[in-house]
Design a protein around this ligand. Structure first.
Ligand code: HEC
Ligand code: HEC
Length: 332
């Protein structure tokens, strides 16, 4: 059966779609590249976090210690006037394992490259993804990274009402631009700093087909400043190549990103918006669909799409999609 794309209604009936689409593309072998999942596990004893020195971030009148910044059960909020009041699961979490959503995804939902944006995602999508983490039908192509924290958290929240309250809160917030995408041949030297890359000293090295995202300031990233900018280095020509694939589809129009995610990739119904989000996260999710690490039933429409993509295509798409305006009101 051929799929007529124009026939897909805006509020796509997710359950009906997969069997039609998945049959179309032969799956080629694919190996998830280790560089897309940087992880540095500290060896030896971790020094206690400082509980005396008060830290600051630009444009906030507040100050907190590093111990406070890393408290998963009462999250610090550098800019409380910039978002509505957080519901309890977002700010305080649920002890012992349900650390507060805002610890990682931040109070304003902008998230970080290693966990992802929640601002503006559809309520039902958030609820379903947390359930998928809890049931471990959503994994990561890299065994240790980065779903582990989210699995523990999802299992730590025993009440679906809490997840729904968090989902409602985040879905009302708006993603604003936090990233710059640069096409380069040589990338400044980096090191792995926790779950992401950071600039490291002088000099450059060949980018060699990779996508490398770094915070402009590791210090501000570690203090969970929601306004820190991330720079993503991608191969020359990536954005143009990504634009072509997004609008024509890697395997015909049925697989064009715009067909399901909307003309500006800002989402349709329960299909998530992807424009302007962290390129690292977009790339990882494409790899996760491609390797079937995301195996929730609603992930099926993405299989035919990612089966037709090479790694270079995925990098190009992440660069292009990540560089788009994240909101219809903030067009470039
Ligand atoms: C300890 C850190 C941490 C906390 C706390 C946390 N998350 Fe996450 N979350 C992550 C990581 C890491 C990922 C990325 C997993 C991946 O993509 O493999 C993630 C991903 C997600 C996603 C998927 C986003 C997408 O675009 O697909 C959703 C939804 C989500 N989290 C919701 C929540 C909610 C709701 C809470 C609070 C109830 C929460 N998270 C608390 C670390 C965390
Ligand atoms: C046939 C419909 C369809 C097409 C075509 C499609 N997507 Fe998707 N996409 C979905 C659905 C549905 C989901 C949600 C999957 C889930 O619930 O697990 C999704 C999820 C995603 C996600 C994960 C977002 C997140 O928050 O984690 C990314 C990234 C993505 N798509 C990128 C793309 C790109 C890039 C293209 C084009 C190359 C594309 N999609 C084409 C239906 C589609």
């Amino acid at each position: 059966m051929r799929l007529s794309l124009r026939a897909i209604p805006a509020a796509l009936a997710l359950a009906a779609l997969p069997s039609v689409i998945t049959a179309q593309v032969a799956v080629k072998p694919f190996t998830a590249p280790a560089w897309a999942f940087p992880l540095l596990n500290p060896t030896g004893p971790v020094p206690p976090l400082d509980s005396i020195v008060l830290e600051r971030v630009p444009n906030s009148a507040l100050s907190f210690t590093r111990k406070q910044v890393n408290n998963g059960f009462d999250v610090v909020d550098w800019f409380p006037a910039q978002h509505p009041r957080m519901p309890s699961p977002v700010q305080y979490g649920m002890k012992p394992d349900g650390r507060a959503c805002a610890l990682c995804h931040l109070p304003d939902g902008q998230g970080r490259p290693e966990n992802g944006t929640l601002a503006g995602l559809p309520v039902e999508y958030i609820v379903r993804q947390v359930r998928a983490f809890r049931n471990e039908t959503r994994l990561s192509a890299s065994p240790e990274f980065p779903t582990g924290p989210m699995h523990r958290v999802a299992k730590g929240f025993t009440s679906d009402d809490d997840i729904r309250a968090a989902a409602r809160y985040y879905s009302r917030l708006r993603l604003t631009r936090r990233n710059v995408v640069r096409e380069v041949r040589e990338v400044p030297k980096t090191r792995i700093a926790g779950m992401l890359y950071a600039h490291d000293g002088e000099g450059t090295e060949p980018l060699a087909g990779r996508l490398i995202e770094v915070p402009e300031s590791l210090e501000r990233h570690e203090l969970k400043d929601p306004w820190v900018t991330y720079i993503t280095y991608v191969p020359v020509g990536s954005k143009a190549r990504g634009r072509r694939i997004a609008s024509s589809g890697p395997a015909g129009i049925a697989t064009a990103c715009t067909t399901c995610h909307g003309p500006q990739l800002l989402g349709v119904g329960e299909i998530p918006p992807i424009a302007g989000r962290s390129p690292t996260n977009i790339l990882r999710q494409l790899i996760n669909f491609r390797t079937r690490a995301r195996k929730d039933s609603t992930a099926l429409p993405m299989y035919a799409v990612t089966d037709a993509l090479t790694l270079d295509d995925m990098v190009a798409l992440a660069a292009y999609v990540g560089s788009l305006p994240p909101s219809p009101l903030k067009r470039k």
